[in-house]
Design a binder for this molecule. Structure first.
Ligand SMILES: Nc1nc2c(ncn2[C@@H]2O[C@H](COP(=O)(O)OP(=O)(O)OP(=O)(O)O)[C@@H](O)[C@H]2O)c(=O)[nH]1
Length: 424
């Protein structure tokens, strides 16, 4: 659902720029007004529960920034777009609790507003833990970051922080003070990084101590950044936003590297590494695990007859349907027209039944191409014989798939059964 954004701005040029930039973002539904009076009517009517507001300080019917108080009285996150920079004004507005104060300098300023709005939407799902024994320091961080809609958690000691991180592994960031009882911030970072090699938690160290080497020690131990107390609210916002964005970018790059470009399914490299882990767990715990290889029948013929683009459409459709029907399992495109599914906890009886249903579902599908509709079928080899390595399980499934092709295609074959289209 798109988030309603109130834009209060009397300059037609600024309105036009904002309109243009917001149009590109489906996630926002902007409501434009030019005066305090109009804004008041919209806010009072509650027709649109506004997610955030972007306001100009100098309006024809409210020239002294009165709009900020109005928006904040409705507890709506408020971004100020100002024509000029005034340091005292900025501090006053920040004390009132605005999200940010941005000067209309160039296109970059407006793009920053959009970026802030996008961040506010995302921040609602970002958990940040503040570990500090000083109540006032914790409150400062909590209040400042809450304005940007982050989910805030607190810990008074290093040990408490460790427990919270253990209980809530979805916490994205830890802001940690050096001086804490039981376990200081430095020891806490050391303990976390010792356990968490993949660095999925972003850590910002903070301290009021004079020692210049402390920041370097924190960072060498694995912290991502360091802030010296006392710091401005704005500096905290910027550092937090910068680090969260960097983490999100890394996660995006990692995910892209793990996926097949055409179908968006996992690629062979990721699948093999992950599936090997599942196999080893199944072997250790003596659990069921099924592995299936799926191959589109006569795919070369589809390419030859309709062209490569249509072939790609078929692969995409297959990827989409696999992702939809087997979303609780590990699904990948191994390459070409070959796909695979790893089903932890599934015995062969159930996996073969599921796969047989899917095979029939695929043969009922059609793809519209110009004046024709195209249908296709798939063959499947599936095994639950746990082998010492995934490669050996893949070889076994490949042998069964080959038998399905030999036996006429559009078949599911397990180690000891032929399941054809008429079985269900
Ligand atoms: N469109 C498209 N074709 C691809 C892609 N990757 C591989 N292919 C083609 O997939 C075809 C695979 O053909 P074959 O291995 O002969 O298999 P088949 O025609 O499906 O025959 P059976 O598996 O025996 O039913 C080849 O023509 C490849 O060029 C791709 O990403 N897109």
């Amino acid at each position: 659902m798109a988030e309603s954004i109130l834009i209060v701005e009397d300059s037609p040029i600024v309105l036009k720029i904002m309109q243009h930039l917001l149009e590109k973002h489906q996630i926002f539904f902007p409501v434009f007004v030019a005066t305090y009076g109009e804004a008041e009517i919209f806010l009072e009517s509650q027709e649109h529960p506004f997610f955030a507001a972007v306001v100009d300080l100098n309006l024809p019917d409210a020239p002294h920034g009165e709009i900020v108080d109005l928006v904040l009285s409705y507890q709506i996150p408020c971004i100020v777009l100002s024509g000029s920079y005034d340091d005292q004004r900025r501090i006053q507005l920040q004390d009132k609790g605005i999200v940010d104060y941005i000067v209309k300098e160039s296109r970059v300023s407006y793009e920053f507003v959009i970026k802030l709005l996008e961040r506010l939407v995302k921040n609602q799902h970002v958990k940040i833990l503040v570990a500090d024994d000083s109540k006032s320091s914790r409150s400062f961080c909590k209040k400042a970051l809450h304005l940007h809609l982050y989910q805030m958690l607190e810990a008074e000691t290093g040990l408490q922080a460790l427990n919270i991180l253990h209980e809530q592994p979805d916490i994205k960031m830890l802001i940690v003070d050096y001086n804490m009882p039981e376990m200081d911030g430095y020891e806490l970072v050391k303990t976390i990084r010792h356990k968490d090699n993949n660095k999925s938690l972003c850590i910002i160290g903070v301290s009021g101590m004079e020692s210049g080497s402390l920041s370097a020690r924190f960072i060498k131990m694995g912290a991502n950044d360091f802030l010296k107390k006392p710091f401005y609210q704005e500096e905290l916002h910027c550092r937090v936003m910068h680090n969260i964005e960097e983490m999100e970018l890394i996660a995006k790059i990692q995910d892209t590297a793990n996926r097949d470009y055409l179908t968006g399914l996992f690629n062979r490299r990721y699948f093999v590494a992950k599936a090997e882990e599942y196999l080893q767990t199944a072997l250790q715990e003596n659990r069921h695990l099924s592995f299936a290889l799926l191959d589109i029948d006569f795919f070369k013929g589809i390419n030859d007859r309709y062209g490569h683009d249509v072939g790609d459409q078929v692969l995409k459709k297959m990827g989409l349907l696999l992702a939809e029907k087997f979303r609780r399992f590990l699904v990948a495109r191994l390459g070409g027209e070959e796909f695979c599914i790893l089903m932890p906890g599934m015995d062969i009886e159930h996996s073969a039944q599921l796969l047989s249903g899917f095979k029939n579902y695929i043969s009922d599908q059609s793809i519209d191409i110009e004046n024709e509709t195209l249908s296709f079928t798939i063959s499947i080899g599936v095994t639950e014989k746990l082998k010492p390595t995934l490669l050996e399980m893949m070889t076994e499934a490949d042998r069964l798939l080959y038998r399905a092709k030999e036996a006429g295609r559009n078949l599911v074959i397990t180690s000891d059964a032929y399941i054809d289209a008429d079985d269900e």
